[in-house]
Each structure stands twice: as structure tokens, then as C-alpha cells.
Design a binder for this molecule. Structure first.
Ligand SMILES: [Zn+2]
Length: 304
């Protein structure tokens, strides 16, 4: 996803540069079709040559140059209209300097990354925009504020975080999906790739992979395996498919842990219900003390 976002950015920048160069060339052709401009330029070139040969006549060069500039200006042109001047001197507007994303293209890159990650069509919130003051129950409000600041700090450190697995448990409307989405959004805005999938979609992807020729399997799972942040929303709502759901989930969790990537899981189920549904091997991955952090969101439906 990051590679695709980068190449989309680079080709868009190149198209823009080519367009600007073509426009400059068009202006040049148009200006030099004007006899007075062409004539003034010829005088200037002649004076330059003569001065270059003799080492004298600098005044004449300056004078003919001034006349050329005046002729341009009379038609609304200036010399810099005829060549491409990059807005960014560091990358020459290519978006890349020394093999890295140039600062001038950072926000553009995030926009492409959002699109590649499928986040741009989603209604996601920034942590800063979550209005926790609206929560009426004081205990619930304090809990939520604590979780929000924990997750905010977490997202700001990605991918250098201790807990690679975050589990957000809670009833409908307690805000877990919003919080998980905010982690994904923060990750992408830091230039990391993030995917949000419902457990149902993920399960369908597993099934698709399971029923595809071996050669195609890696490609199907590659985005969920390699995203810097993967949000699995509403774990427990998907059907458990024999030989698919549990098996693929376990491999996915293990692969992502091994690669040091963050996985954020939300579920309406409690740890006990998750354990009986997903069995010990999966649940121990989710609740490993060194790598997992579990949040239990209690209380009323908030619809943050
Ligand atoms: Zn630049």
C-alpha cells in the first residue's frame, strides 16, 4: 500500500511537471510568434555573441536584454514564463529527494495512502475530535478519557510500540470502533499503512484465499498481513468456517506479531466468550501479557 501510494504520488508529480513544461513551451512559441519579441531577442543574442567574442560590449548586452524584457512585458510575458520553475528546490517538484519522500509532498502522500488503504471513503474521527465531555456518566467519561489519551500516545509512537495487539471489548455503541478507526487514521497520517476490515470481510478474504490456487494466495492475504496497522472490527460476528476462520486467524496473528505489526481488534464479546469461540491458541495470542493490551469499554451506548 505504501509502495502504491508512493508510485501514485510520483507519477502524479511527473505528470504535473510535464504539463508545466509543455505550458512553458507553448508560451515560448506564442511569444516568439510576435515579431517585436522575436526581433528584440535576436538583437540580444547578437549582442551577447559579439560580447562573448570580443570581451567587450557588456553595455550593449544589457541594453538589448532590457529591450527584450520590455518587449515581453508589453505582451504580458516575462522570461521565467518560458521554462519550468519548480516550486520546491529540494526535490524539483518530483516529490522525492535522496530516495525519500520530500517534505513538500508529505500531505499529498498521506492523501494517496489513505486512498490506497481504503480509508478515504470512511467516516473516521481524529482522537482530538472525540467529544468525551459529552459522556454523562462521570466514571464512564473518565474511563474513556484515559483510553483516548492512551491510544493517542500509542498512535503517535507507531510502529515503535510495545503492545502489538490491542483488544477493545465492549457493547454496541461504547465507542470501540470509533477508537480503532482513530488509531488507523493516526497511523496513515504518520505515513504508515492501515487497513480496517470487519471480521466478516476478513473471514470472506480467508475463504477466498482458501479456495484460490496456491500461487494466488499470498497476493490475496498480503494487504492484511503487511499493513502496519490492521483493524479487525467486530470479531465474533463472522461465521466460523471449518478449516478456515480459526486456522487463518491464528496464522495471521502469528505472522503479524512476528513482523512486529499492530493489530487492533474490537469485539462485543467478553474474553470468556472469545475464548470458547476461538479456542485457547488464538486467545492466548490476544491476551499475551507482553504484547497485548486489552481495554474493556463499559457503560451506555455513546455514539461518540
Ligand atoms: Zn519537494
Amino acid at each position: 500500500m505504501k509502495k502504491r501510494a508512493m508510485s501514485a504520488l510520483v507519477s502524479a508529480r511527473q505528470r504535473m511537471i510535464n504539463l508545466k513544461k509543455a505550458e512553458a513551451e507553448e508560451r515560448l512559441t506564442a511569444a516568439f510568434a510576435l515579431p517585436d519579441v522575436k526581433d528584440a531577442h535576436t538583437q540580444f543574442v547578437k549582442a551577447s555573441f559579439a560580447s562573448g567574442m570580443s570581451g567587450k560590449g557588456q553595455e550593449s548586452v544589457e541594453e538589448t536584454h532590457a529591450k527584450y524584457v520590455a518587449a515581453l512585458s508589453a505582451h504580458g510575458y516575462s522570461e521565467s514564463d518560458f521554462y519550468f520553475v519548480p516550486a520546491c528546490p529540494i526535490c524539483g517538484d518530483t516529490g522525492v529527494a535522496n530516495g525519500k519522500l520530500c517534505n513538500c509532498a508529505a500531505s499529498e502522500y498521506v492523501a494517496y495512502l489513505k486512498r490506497e488503504c481504503g480509508l478515504d471513503g470512511r467516516a473516521l474521527s481524529h482522537f482530538e475530535d472525540l467529544d468525551t465531555e459529552r459522556i454523562k456518566n462521570p466514571a464512564q467519561r473518565a474511563d474513556m478519557q484515559k483510553i483516548v489519551s492512551w491510544l493517542m500516545a500509542y498512535s503517535a509512537k507507531l510502529p515503535n510500540v510495545k503492545y502489538k495487539t490491542l483488544v477493545l471489548l465492549g457493547g454496541t455503541g461504547t465507542g470501540k470502533t470509533t477508537l480503532a478507526g482513530a488509531v488507523a487514521l493516526a497511523a496513515v497520517e504518520r505515513g504508515k499503512s492501515a487497513l480496517i476490515m470487519s471480521a466478516y470481510e476478513l473471514n470472506s478474504l480467508f475463504l477466498k484465499c482458501h479456495t484460490s490456487p496456491i500461487a494466488e494466495r499470498d497476493g490475496i492475504l498480503s494487504p492484511v498481513t503487511h499493513a502496519d496497522v490492521l483493524v479487525i472490527d467486530d470479531l465474533g460476528t463472522e461465521p466460523v468456517l471449518r478449516n478456515v476462520t480459526l486456522e487463518y486467524l491464528l496464522v495471521l496473528f502469528e505472522e503479524r506479531l512476528r513482523a512486529g505489526l499492530s493489530t487492533v481488534i474490537t469485539s462485543n464479546l467478553g474474553m470468556g466468550a472469545l475464548r470458547s469461540r476461538y479456542q485457547e491458541r488464538i486467545c492466548s495470542r490476544l491476551s499475551e501479557r507482553d504484547t497485548s493490551h486489552i481495554f474493556v469499554l463499559r457503560g451506555d451506548d455513546l455514539r461518540l
